[in-house]
Write a protein of this length. Structure first.
Length: 699
């Protein structure tokens, strides 16, 4: 692959926009890249102001010209990655009464078909949603929500048509496929059926793109007459809806960002009744519910149980005084979630950065743990539809092992392999090595790293590395299988995941020590992981490509400012790099709910200056930077397109090196990029090609 011929990049006009906060004035030269009518642009990209569109398209053209030398490589990468996809893939059917529900792909199709058949049958398929047919002529298409009614007559389907995450919700008759005239716009995809089979609960987005209202719709009624069941007045809270496993209750869940929750109950057999409050919100108290018989089970951090405990309360009187402990709190062992069945309470835990599944038999309180023996791996629970069952469906994968789905008989512990991820082009786990390592951060804290490389790697520092990180919102980065990353590993890369603070791999303290006033621990942990891997010889200084998406994009933007010498390249996907301006703007979709994660710089000067000190955009300076590739989505409501656009413009004006700096804006997609499974490969190939190209370029 030849080095690219550097062409003249687009230079954004500087239009000084001074802003004073807490007596501190910052001049933002590129604020003009934010469209004044950005809400309309998210719903209709054609409304983007002409001057802004011209700049983004010029950036795209520049990126395309630089990446033209990788055209053959990208075609090769796409072919490799597509060769690892079972094009006729299908999910394991989930039984529900007389039917079993599943999704499947037709060979060559971008989108799945959602269908059902009689339980245990091999024929007689009924299609609920035909993705390939419905996506024809669309540049974007995604099924966000799909739920069938308890009597199996109807399916509620929520479609995102443009990547803005504003859905169109419609109901279809399953027999015959007729689409009912009931059309609900600006839904966010959450739907729950009442037990009568004709009453549907759903959530709507407000003007700031926040799900804040729950409505009740009766089939055949005009949606304009739907009944408002719940409205959240606090713009720091989002609203979701769910149904208890035994279908007795509908849960309306108001929650702030990983901080506080409140649940209201609706009797699923009496959907017209007003919701009842389960436990009033208290700042810092998080809980969720399960229901079996005459008991509620409560996963809660009440009473200082940071990593959560499980309690129970009688349905007849669930006042806080009647809560009784079932599973005690253990510091460092995070109870991530629970699922209840008629005879079992199942919980997913994470301790020492490894997951486990614990099954509690309700009749006698005995417990058993489902064990696995790889050094690092990921587990999942598929809840399914059935409540009175002894079968638990789980998934298992590691960095070397493709996903396997098992049905576990909870009476006998027998495991039945129901599906193993097929890699049509071939994959031998014995050719790869996965390791769990621990780096020492700036304050002596040990930080876990999971890595993957080809067997026989020589630890002489010569290998390029892709180091991935996130570190926010308590999200744990799974040590799971990723077929696409093999295209890098097979070319000599070491692929590593830094499980840095801000996630919850080591419990709630791990999360809390990477947020608010402790946020810089996230960045310093990532740097420590890079230095540790260099010290062990897995790579060398200046040979690492750092990658992060969304809040992980903020991470790699921050470390590019702090330690540009460590990194060869930066891949910043939909990067949250303009954090100070965004979190100071309460009109943006996610800002008020984000204050519990970052702090409120509008009200608090200390928070403002703390955020100013690490904000990637604010801290771009006249220095040498790694090769940088930024990716944006024009209709992205989570990280707005102008954040990476402004960041790249400022970098281009100030950086002192001649390394690559590129911005690629997907003009017809949002936060998740392309919606089709093969179209998505083109985007992955672009990032992979950048990593390969950057690793091979001379300084």
């Amino acid at each position: 692959m030849d080095a690219p011929t550097l062409k003249r990049p687009p230079i954004a006009a500087r239009k000084p926009h001074p802003v004073t906060r807490h007596g501190d004035m910052i001049t933002d030269d590129y604020d003009w890249l934010r469209d004044a009518d950005w809400r309309a642009v998210m719903r209709d990209p054609s409304k983007l102001t002409a001057g802004i569109r011209a700049h983004l398209e010029a950036e795209n053209a520049y990126t395309a010209s630089i990446m033209d030398t990788t055209r053959d490589l990208r075609a090769e990468l796409v072919a490799e990655m597509r060769g690892r996809i079972a094009e006729d893939d299908a999910s394991v059917p989930q039984p529900d009464g007389p039917f079993e529900y599943y999704s499947r792909f037709e060979t060559g199709a971008e989108y799945p078909i959602y269908a059902r058949r009689l339980r245990g049958a091999e024929a007689g398929e009924q299609v609920l949603v035909h993705g390939p047919r419905e996506a024809e002529g669309r540049s974007y298409y995604r099924v966000v929500g799909l739920s069938h009614s308890p009597d199996h007559k109807y399916a509620a389907v929520a479609i995102d048509p443009d990547g803005s995450e504003e859905c169109e919700l419609r109901v279809r008759e399953i027999d015959g496929g007729r689409v009912l005239p009931d059309l609900i716009r600006r839904a966010n995809g959450d739907t729950v059926w009442a037990n009568d089979g004709v009453t549907l609960f759903y959530t709507l987005l407000d003007d700031e793109h926040r799900p804040n209202r729950v409505y009740r719709h009766r089939l055949g009624d005009d949606p304009a007459d739907d009944v408002l069941v719940y409205e959240e007045k606090d713009n720091g809270f989002f609203v979701g809806i769910d149904k208890s496993e035994g279908n007795k209750f509908i849960f309306v869940n108001a929650h702030s960002h990983s901080n506080t929750s409140e649940i209201w109950l609706i009797d699923a057999d009496a959907p017209d009744e007003a919701p009842r409050l389960f436990s009033a919100r208290e700042t810092g108290h998080e809980y969720d519910l399960g229901h079996v018989g005459d008991l509620f089970f409560i996963r809660t951090n009440e009473g200082g149980a940071k990593d959560f405990k499980i309690m129970q309360a009688p349905v007849a009187d669930f006042a806080r005084a009647n809560w009784r402990e079932v599973v005690a709190h253990k510091p460092g062992r995070l109870i991530r979630y629970m699922s209840v069945f008629r005879d079992y309470l199942v919980r997913m835990e994470r301790e020492n950065a490894l997951p486990s599944i614990v099954v509690r038999i309700l009749a006698d309180g005995s417990e058993k743990t489902l064990a696995f023996d790889e050094e690092a791996y990921e587990l999942g629970i598929s809840r399914g539809y059935e409540f009175a069952t002894d079968i638990l469906r789980i998934s298992y994968a590691s960095m070397t092992t493709p996903e396997r789905i098992y049905d576990v008989d909870l009476r006998t512990d027998a495991r039945t392999l129901r599906k193993e991820q097929r890699i049509p082009s071939g994959h031998d786990p014995a050719n790869y090595v996965t390791r769990r390592l621990w780096a020492t951060s700036h304050d002596g804290v040990k930080v876990p790293i999971t890595l993957l490389h080809r067997k026989g790697l020589v630890l002489d520092g010569a290998s390029p590395m892709l180091l991935y990180g996130y570190g926010a919102y308590g999200a744990s980065m799974p040590a799971s299988f990723g077929a696409n990353r093999l295209s890098l590993v097979d070319r000599g890369f070491v692929y590593a995941i830094a499980h840095i603070r801000g996630g919850s791999e080591l419990g709630q303290d791990w999360y809390e020590s990477g947020k608010l006033e402790h946020k810089t621990n996230t960045f310093k942990d990532f740097i420590a992981c890079a230095e540790h891997l260099i010290g062990l010889g897995y790579t060398s200084k200046g040979r690492i490509v750092a990658e992060g998406r969304s809040a992980g994009g903020m991470l790699v933007g921050a470390v590019a400012n702090m330690r540009p010498d460590l990194f060869r390249g930066i891949i910043a996907g939909v990067p949250f790099v303009d954090v100070l301006n965004t979190i100071c703007d309460a009109s943006l979709p996610l800002t008020p709910p984000e204050w519990v994660e970052w702090g409120n710089p509008i009200e608090d000067a200390d928070t403002y200056f703390r955020m100013k000190a690490y904000c990637p955009y604010t801290n771009v300076t006249a220095q040498s930077y790694p090769h940088i590739f930024a990716i944006a989505g024009l209709t992205d409501p989570r990280v707005t397109y102008w954040e990476p656009a402004k960041w790249v413009a400022k970098l281009r004006a100030l950086k002192t090196d001649q390394r690559l700096l590129m911005l690629h804006t997907v003009m017809e997609a949002g936060h998740g990029g392309a919606s089709g499974r093969f179209a998505r490969l083109e985007e992955v190939a672009l990032s992979h090609a950048f990593a390969i190209m950057a690793s091979g370029l001379p300084d």
